[in-house]
Ligand binder design. Structure first.
Ligand SMILES: CSC[C@H]1O[C@H](OP(=O)(O)O)[C@H](O)[C@@H]1O
Ligand SMILES: Nc1ncnc2[nH]cnc12
Length: 296
């Protein structure tokens, strides 16, 4: 492989409810990263695992002070991009919408239905418009590596599933939960959108492992979801989640070719605003996210 066409990856991990740090890192340091989009959820934890550079972000902040609708998703993704992150593995607690995904199941999500409505969902506002493809919202290369490492660790993961993103913070009504089941969704959560959309706009390869903590509120034989139940099951899930992260970081971190699916070149054919009509102030804010295409 020609050196000049290869990438030395930096692995980003976004930890959801119950996952506020990662263990086993060398040279670890929490560092504040400033972004033109405001404050990320917390400082970022920089470190190395088996020599591979990685950056961890607790999605809701340490101690979980930030609710889903107040997450600054743009700042989170920009901060990871600015820190050199090329690949993101997102971890999330979710409710199950299927009988065959009981609490404790892990799902490698491959589709989303975005029902969130109170969030900033794009970096490309007035003055620099872009439309990236979202037909395949997650990176198959990261997904394949997650499956490989999970197999080696004997951790069972369902390959593929649709994650319904609700606004929250209240959990669903029973009618909503039934509707999402009829739509064929597998799991429900409040956070993976616009996270996945913004990662695509920032040309960061993104994949998501959803960890089932409850049966939401549709199941006759199970109680409706509560935070206490989520936290209890997450504590049981977290050992496997941590083992998976420890294995996936070194595996993903090997020098490699650009993403075969093109996630890292998502902006190649996405910008529509004519150069003369672009807003210089917005272009300055897009330095990390879109510098690759704006400066060529
Ligand atoms: C604590 S239950 C609801 C909460 O948990 C999930 O968060 P995350 O995706 O960050 O693990 C869900 O989306 C809600 O934000
Ligand atoms: N049932 C549920 N609905 C939304 N988000 C969740 N996170 C964990 N369980 C959930």
């Amino acid at each position: 492989m020609a050196e000049e066409n290869t990438i030395e990856p930096v692995i980003g991990i976004i930890g959801g409810s119950g996952l506020y740090d990662i263990d086993g890192l060398q040279d670890k340091e929490w560092r504040h990263v400033e972004t033109p989009w405001g404050e990320p959820s917390d400082a970022l934890l920089f470190g190395r695992l088996d020599g591979v550079r990685c950056v961890f972000l607790p999605r809701h902040g340490r101690g979980h002070p930030i609710p889903p609708s107040e997450l600054n998703f743009r700042a989170n993704i920009d901060a990871l991009k600015r820190s050199g992150v090329t690949d993101i593995l997102s971890l999330s607690a979710v409710g199950s919408l299927r009988d065959d995904l009981p609490p404790g199941s892990f799902v490698l999500v491959d589709q989303f239905i975005d029902r969130s409505f109170a969030r900033n969902k794009t970096f490309f506002t007035r003055g620099c418009v872009a439309h990236v493809a979202m037909a395949d919202p997650v990176c198959p290369r990261i997904g394949d590596e997650v499956m490989r490492q999970a197999n080696l660790l004997n951790i069972s993961i369902r390959k593929g599933g649709t994650y319904l993103v609700m606004e929250g913070p209240q959990f669903s009504t029973r009618a909503e939960s039934e509707l999402y089941r009829q739509w064929g969704c597998s799991v429900i959560g409040m956070t993976n959108m616009p996270e996945a959309k913004l990662a695509r706009e920032a040309e960061i390869d993104y994949a998501s492992v959803a960890m089932v903590t409850d049966f939401d509120c549709w199941h006759d034989e199970h109680d409706s979801v509560t935070v206490d139940a989520v936290v209890q099951v997450m504590q049981r899930n977290s050992e496997r989640a941590r083992a998976l992260v420890r294995a996936v970081i070194p595996a993903l971190g090997q020098r490699r070719a650009p993403c075969p699916a093109g996630c890292d070149r998502a902006l190649d054919h996405a910008l529509i605003t004519a150069p003369a009509a672009r807003d210089p102030a917005l272009l300055a804010k897009l330095d990390a996210v879109a510098g690759r295409v704006l400066n060529r």
